[in-house]
Design a protein around this ligand. Sequence first.
Ligand code: SF4
Length: 188
Amino acid sequence: MGVRQWIEGWPVYRQLTGQDPLGRGAAVTSDHTRHLRARTEQADKVVKSICPYCAVGCGQKVYVKDGRVTQIEGDPDSPISRGRLCPKGSASKQLVTSPSRVTTVLYRRPYGTDWERIPLDKAMEMVADRVLSTRRDTWQDEEDGRPTRRTMGIASLGGATLDNEENYLMKKLYTAMGAVQIENQARI
Ligand code: SF4
């Protein structure tokens, strides 16, 4: 590189002689920066979604390449968040891609000191058995002479990411079972 070329590449020289006298743009942009490309440019497709972390329900754009999530950003079309995500929502890509993500059922039996991996089918059976026996053991037909026909042994506390339809189905299910303690955090 010649001396002249070196001087012309110097940010202060570019700032004093170019179109960027305040040094906030082209004058201070290095070659390295100029050639950086957003990873979103490489995406095969963009899928609209909702942040799963809390009840605000911010809109997200999920960038996918070769079937894998490569980036998650705020969705400017969302009337709720208008393109913004808080730090949790911005980091939600890790929910999908983190190597420490738990993808199997873990069970720790009473008095057990360690987690055991069990098949999903077995875990579902165990949950169903417990629901049935709890309902049977705690069923109240009446209290103080008044009919109740309920169980106080089962309660439901839903998460923020359950949507209207899921909460509708959960309410139906729990009410049909006789549970009366049903709550959710959904605002979506
Ligand atoms: S981005 Fe933040 S505020 Fe928005 S839904 Fe996710 S966790 Fe809630």
